[in-house]
Design a protein around this ligand. Structure first.
Ligand code: PLP
Length: 398
């Protein structure tokens, strides 16, 4: 990198982490108001509207719980409410976050088997059907699937996962993590036969970090009645019994003010338009990355299965022997652009461009152009033309 320059960043930071994401001023303003009693009719109406709105985004008519926690809390809620210590579940390996959910399950006392997969290609779903077909005694109680693996930038087609479970005539529940796809990519909880969906506030919902949700099918509610895992704060039955607020402890009213605005914004734009915008921005990002690597020396797309590349985050593989640290440092410290780093074994080997949430074409082009600038500053080899390729893509000419 060039000698450090004493620059004080000015202007807005360009924030392209794959979560948390930019919080729109409208949501900040909606939360900037005096507190309210969480049992007041005015608040209960806001909370009711939020619950209904989240169900519309999840595309479910079944049960929903909202927690004051990050996504990890909703992961834990799912495990603690559905199972008993010693039971077996199967995690479909997608990357860092699938292994995190596995670690949590093991820590809480489950026997967790992994269906292994190449992180760059994604799992071969026929292997899931094969594994389940072998489980004649139905020891596997559930399949855990991360819909959008934020570490690799790859999607797991949940409808195909459900088909594999059904074809094996297996009664396993399907648990899905939609933390980095909710509100960015279409999600059809009921149509896809998902039993439990775990989501968080700080990505596609454009909210501060600290609110999580769990969508629960009637079948999963039934299964939760025999669970022996210890639980209290995340106990769904206890939550349901705390009427009318359905919350253990103080309800975080400001989060609900923000969530209400988030749902309003998503629905004003129209969910299909939101998903189409994410698809456009993602395709432009991929076009830029393909151009950077076109000389055979530059960064390339980490994901190798084109129809599984995520529309909310792109994971970019650095050239052999070049760490992503210098590039990310230059981007942040010199140019005030925040990019995501690699997680777990991908640390230093990749960087991640988040293109989800409150983002438009100029913001994305600013990010891509500044990434080129930071690559130049950090001495990363790359082919020119990434921004041009993104422009062609956005203009519909690619
Ligand atoms: N699952 C996925 C796919 C994620 O991207 C994340 C966070 O980035 C998590 C789980 C963990 O969520 P949280 O950080 O909100 O606890």
């Amino acid at each position: 990198m060039n000698a450090p320059v004493n620059v004080k960043p000015r202007g807005r930071q360009f924030f392209n982490n794959p979560g948390p994401t930019n919080i729109p001023d409208r949501i900040l303003r909606a939360m900037d108001r005096p507190v309210m009693d969480f049992l007041a009719p005015e608040f209960l109406e806001i909370q009711r509207a939020c619950m209904a709105g989240v169900k519309r985004i999840l595309k479910t008519d079944q049960n929903l719980f909202i927690h004051a926690s990050t996504g990890h809390g909703a992961w834990e809620a799912a495990v603690a409410n559905l199972f008993s210590p010693g039971e077996t579940v199967l995690v479909v390996e997608t990357g860092y976050f699938s292994l995190g959910w596995k670690e949590m399950g093991e820590t809480l006392g489950l026997k967790v088997e992994t269906l292994p997969a190449d992180w760059r290609k994604g799992v071969d779903i026929s292997k899931l059907a094969e594994r389940l077909a072998k489980d004649k005694a139905h020891e596997i109680k559930a399949v855990f699937a991360v819909h959008n693996e934020t570490a690799t930038g790859m999607v797991l087609p949940l409808a195909e996962v459900r088909r594999a479970i059904d074809e094996a005539r297996h009664p396993a529940l399907l648990l899905s993590d939609t933390i980095s796809s909710l509100g960015s990519m279409d999600y059809k909880m009921d149509a896809w036969g998902v039993d439990v969906t775990v989501g968080g506030s700080q990505k596609g919902l454009m909210m501060p970090t600290g609110m999580a949700l769990t969508g629960v099918s009637d079948k999963a509610m039934e299964a939760s009645r025999t669970s022996k895992m210890p639980k209290y704060y995340f106990n769904w039955e206890l939550m349901n019994a705390r009427k009318p607020q359905r919350f253990i402890g103080t309800v975080p009213v400001h989060f609900f003010f923000g969530l209400h605005e988030s749902i309003t914004m998503l629905e004003e734009e129209g969910l299909d338009a939101v998903f189409a915008r994410h698809a456009r921005l993602a395709e432009a990002t991929r076009a830029a990355v393909r151009a950077w690597g076109a000389n055979g020396k530059g960064p390339t797309l980490y994901g190798q299965t084109p129809d599984r590349l995520s529309n909310s985050v792109t994971t970019v593989l650095m050239p052999e022997g070049v760490s992503s640290d210098g590039l990310r440092k230059a981007a942040l410290e010199r140019y005030n652009l925040s990019l995501g780093g690699g997680l777990g074994p991908l640390m230093g080997k990749v960087f991640r461009i988040g293109h989800l949430g409150d983002l438009n074409e100029p913001m994305l082009l600013g990010c891509l152009a500044t990434t080129e600038l930071a690559m130049t500053t950090a001495g990363v080899p790359f082919a020119k033309g990434g921004v041009d390729a993104a422009i062609e893509s956005l203009a519909g000419r690619a």
